[in-house]
Design a protein around this ligand. Structure first.
Ligand code: ZN
Length: 114
């Protein structure tokens, strides 16, 4: 994960939180970002599109708990269902899944996620 990203909001907050200056200039794009938060075009269920370290992740929340998550990494894709009772729980499951797939080097493990 790059260590050289600062948003406008983050810069203001860091300047308040830190003693002294030293907040770098705003640049780059967030390594983790919520890109969209919309109802599904097909069934109206809540969906969120995330970017997590270069991987696009779409999560689809179903009221009955049979939620779906899709990862799109360019050269590979993966999908999985999660039994979650809330969108925050589905988000947590998504991030845990992404952490399982990637090893410490940030590279996808060879036998997973394909
Ligand atoms: Zn649905």
């Amino acid at each position: 994960m790059p260590l050289d990203f600062v948003s406008m909001e983050g810069r203001e907050m860091l300047e308040d939180l830190r003693i002294g200056s030293g907040v770098p200039d705003v640049k780059g794009s967030a390594p983790v970002a919520l890109l969209a938060c919309v109802p599904s075009a097909e069934c109206g269920c809540p969906e969120e599109l995330w970017r997590i370290d270069g991987v696009q992740a779409l999560i689809h929340f179903e009221e009955d708990g049979a939620c779906e998550a899709f990862l799109f990494a360019g050269d590979w894709e993966a999908e999985r269902t999660f039994d979650c009772k809330s969108m925050p729980a589905l988000r947590a499951a998504l991030f845990a899944w992404v952490a399982e797939i990637f090893d410490d080097t940030g590279e996808a493990k060879g036998d997973e996620g394909v």
